[in-house]
Ligand binder design. Structure first.
Ligand SMILES: Nc1ncnc2c1ncn2[C@@H]1O[C@H](COP(=O)(O)OP(=O)(O)OP(=O)(O)O)[C@@H](O)[C@H]1O
Ligand SMILES: [Mg+2]
Length: 262
């Protein structure tokens, strides 16, 4: 793979079997994500998006095909994950949650504290290091989850509907914070969302998947500049792209519903 490619999936399929029942979640998926690129995946429920992310994270083995992640530094973790439900350790303070990854890699306590405080500051949580998860709102917990993933300094950040459980206003604000993080440090990101406007607002490319078995149906290149801001949402180009993606997605969502049956 070329130097700037961070993740390379080639002909990846994944079939799950439980007893005599087999489910093919993904079929022949090939995808490259370049260094510093932000790629979103949209597709109907059950089309294999989370499975794809788990394959990249090494939590599943592909049934066929290959998944490769290029390492840029020895010892650098390959992936860090942000989930829809924050999944913080309730018995640890916010700072200790964020320090957990670096401490696990044997980073000194002092350095890990610095890393945690820096990432919490980036997400507007500088004052909340000593709080415990139950003392935070849903949006704050998601921000801690993002800070925790960033603190791992991984080759690629995997985000599975990170804003999916939030109200619309909080979600809009967090989209803007994620865009700012991109602008500051250009992490490589694979991002799953059901919200088309979110995918168009944040991404370099949007990958549209088909109903199960999930295949890549279309890849939409967006050429908005990285310096975009909230005003992008009000433009004609933004509306036209979002509408175009929805027209393709609508067929797949209907196909997925038919699979589920009456
Ligand atoms: N560990 C597993 N064992 C068996 N089947 C699984 C497993 N994980 C996922 N599946 C099946 O694979 C298919 C794809 O699931 P996946 O969770 O990847 O979909 P998704 O696109 O993330 O859906 P959603 O948008 O609802 O989150 C589903 O039919 C699901 O039931
Ligand atoms: Mg999922």
């Amino acid at each position: 793979m070329s130097d700037s490619v961070k993740v390379h999936l080639e002909g990846v399929s994944k079939t799950f079997s439980s007893g005599s029942r087999e489910v093919t979640a993904l079929e022949d998926v090939s995808l490259e994500v370049g260094e510093g690129e932000f790629v979103s995946i949209v597709g109907p429920s059950g089309c294999g998006k989370s499975t794809l992310l788990r394959l990249v994270a090494g939590l599943h083995e592909p049934s066929s095909g290959t998944v490769e992640i290029r390492s840029s530094r020895p010892g650098r973790p390959k992936t860090a994950m942000v989930f829809q439900e924050h999944a913080l350790f309730p018995w640890l303070s916010v700072r200790d949650n964020v320090m957990f990854g670096p401490r696990n890699r044997k980073v000194s306590k002092r350095e890990a504290t610095e890393i945690a405080d820096e990432q919490l500051g980036r997400l507007g949580l500088a004052r909340f290091g000593d709080f415990y998860p139950h003392q935070l709102s849903g949006g704050m917990k998601q921000r801690v989850g993002i800070a925790r993933a960033l603190a791992q300094d991984s080759e690629i950040l995997l985000m599975d509907e990170p804003l999916g459980a939030l109200d619309a206003q909080t979600r809009t604000l967090l989209q803007e914070q994620i865009l700012e993080l991109r602008q500051q440090s250009q992490p490589t990101v694979l991002y799953i969302t059901h919200a088309i406007d979110e995918a168009v607002f944040l991404s370099d490319r949007v990958v549209l998947m088909s109903a199960r078995p999930g295949r890549i149906r279309e890849v939409i290149e967006l050429d908005f500049p990285l310096s975009r801001g909230p005003e992008l949402r009000g433009t004609k180009e933004f509306a036209a792209l979002s509408q175009g993606i929805w027209e393709h997605l609508r067929d797949e969502v209907q196909a997925a519903m038919a699979l589920e049956g009456p």
